[in-house]
Ligand binder design. Sequence first.
Ligand SMILES: C[S@@+](CC[C@H](N)C(=O)[O-])C[C@H]1O[C@@H](n2cnc3c(N)ncnc32)[C@H](O)[C@@H]1O
Length: 79
Amino acid sequence: MEFEQINLIGEEWPFRRPLDAVFCRNVMIYFDAPTQRRVLERLHRVMRPGGLLFVGHAEHFSDARDLFVLRGKTVYERL
Ligand SMILES: C[S@@+](CC[C@H](N)C(=O)[O-])C[C@H]1O[C@@H](n2cnc3c(N)ncnc32)[C@H](O)[C@@H]1O
């Protein structure tokens, strides 16, 4: 198992393989809606279908239903 810490709005993301899980808790709340959408699209591209995105309790991404579906209070599944 490998872990990476990244800058979500940085130029380059270092991933070589599709990600099974992303822990991104209480970070996206600091981004405006267009930035959130861009980050979610990028996460979608680097995650495998069925991969899980763990977010914070106050974070809701209902505008990204085309990318992720809610699977629990704070867990989204990558479509
Ligand atoms: C409120 S803290 C949440 C920390 C932890 N994830 C948690 O849930 O307890 C916000 C975190 O967002 C990180 N952060 C801020 N901007 C970021 C960015 N562009 N990319 C990645 N992490 C970022 C900060 O380093 C900080 O650790």
